[in-house]
Design a protein around this ligand. Sequence first.
Ligand SMILES: [Zn+2]
Length: 186
Amino acid sequence: MDKFFNDLKKFMIQESQEQKFNACEYFHTLHQHKDKLTELIHTYENHNCYFSYTVDNTDGYTDGVISIHFNNWQEGSYYYDIVLSSNQMWGGYCQCTPEDEGYNPIHDCCGLGCDYNAPSFNIKKISNVAGEDFTGHERDMWLLQEQWDKDMGIYKEDKNNAQIKEIEKQIASLQKRRVELQLFNS
Ligand SMILES: [Zn+2]
């Protein structure tokens, strides 16, 4: 367990210098919940693994993802993603003043009982279920493509016909309504 956290700390310090995430907060959150990480830690410490970091791709919902991969892809058919994010803790709107006990001028808050964002994480184990290449020659794919395009044509035609039918139904219904109104007027 020590090796995992030592390596992770080094990695997070290094990454957070270039990327904008708070390595300290996330490191300690992970460490607090190390009991939930036993499988991941066991994998890391008994195999040749490495960390990588990916910046957020969810428009700001996360602080990025730390992944743990096997160096030898054959060895492991899975990898782990540690998604870094935060959860709003509702304490109350901050009304701290310098006179309050424990007031911290850097944060302009006592840091006790006020609203704040608690760092959190989600760990996903991603399995590689299958990875195969197309079996055959390139021209085999061309034939499949030809048939596919024909099928696409039929699909589009069916869709258009269904739409035409629906429009005809609407026309019939409107015509019926027109006749009813005309009868009423006469
Ligand atoms: Zn406060």
